[in-house]
Design a protein around this ligand. Structure first.
Ligand SMILES: C[S@@+](CC[C@H](N)C(=O)[O-])C[C@H]1O[C@@H](n2cnc3c(N)ncnc32)[C@H](O)[C@@H]1O
Length: 215
């Protein structure tokens, strides 16, 4: 099923249905980002604002981008805070945000829906300040190899979404080509199956300093 259409339908149950991937992402996002300070944040594919609530504990301003209006409506109804602006935008087109705006960009459970990682990483580099962080939390490619993908139940049966597999090497190569260095790579497992296939991969990248200021 087409991605934005699917999320417009899924929006009604996204926060409430049983979803191990969503719940583990909440944990990985909080545990990873609690270690850092940040002020200006761009949240890519913010959805219903599940992680915005945590980000607001530290941030002074957040721009949440998503192309599914119904997901954004849920976020807007849930979070009424003048520090947050939820905007309808397709991440595969130029992001309408000033360059060097953010000290943190987060991207949770979105990249499996985006074929061309290079465009997203290129935009992320432009919108981040030097030394800014790009945090990615994604369905682990090992999980994808075993057939997992975003899906939800409707009265007409299971709806599977359009997805793309990104290998770990691809994430790291695209990051390097777009001026990022790897700060941390973590794999997240289901609590009840720690010796199984990891469910999520968490990648924290640092935008390198340019020219003489390179660290
Ligand atoms: C699985 S949800 C994750 C939502 C939120 N980040 C979270 O962790 O709960 C994926 C979100 O990415 C959005 N998305 C996927 N592809 C997108 C694109 N090309 N542009 C903007 N949003 C996109 C979907 O509309 C959806 O809200």
């Amino acid at each position: 099923m087409n991605i934005d259409k699917a999320y417009n339908i899924w929006a009604d149950q996204y926060d409430t249905n049983s979803n191990k991937t969503r719940d583990l992402d909440t944990k990985s996002t909080i545990e990873t980002l609690n270690k850092f300070e940040f002020s200006s944040v761009i949240e890519l594919g913010c959805g219903t604002g599940k992680n915005t609530i945590f980000l607001l504990k530290k941030a002074d301003e957040i721009i949440g981008l998503d192309f599914a209006q119904e997901m954004l409506n849920k976020a807007k109804n849930k979070i009424k805070d003048e520090r947050v602006e939820f905007r309808k935008a397709d991440l595969t087109a130029e992001w309408n945000i000033e360059n060097n705006y953010a000290d943190l960009i987060t991207c949770s459970l979105v990249l499996e829906h985006i074929e061309n990682l290079n465009f997203v990483f290129n935009q992320a580099n432009k919108k981040l300040k030097n030394g800014g962080l790009f945090f990615i939390s994604e369905l682990h490619p090992f999980k994808q190899y075993s057939g997992s993908k975003a899906k939800f139940e409707t009265e007409n049966g299971t709806q599977e979404l359009e997805t793309y597999v990104h290998h770990i090497s691809e994430y790291l190569e695209v990051a390097n080509e777009n001026g990022f260095e790897l700060l941390e790579l973590k794999e997240w497992f289901d609590e009840e199956n720690k010796s199984g296939i990891p469910r999520l991969i968490g990648i924290t990248l640092l935008k390198k300093y340019c020219g003489q200021h390179r660290i």
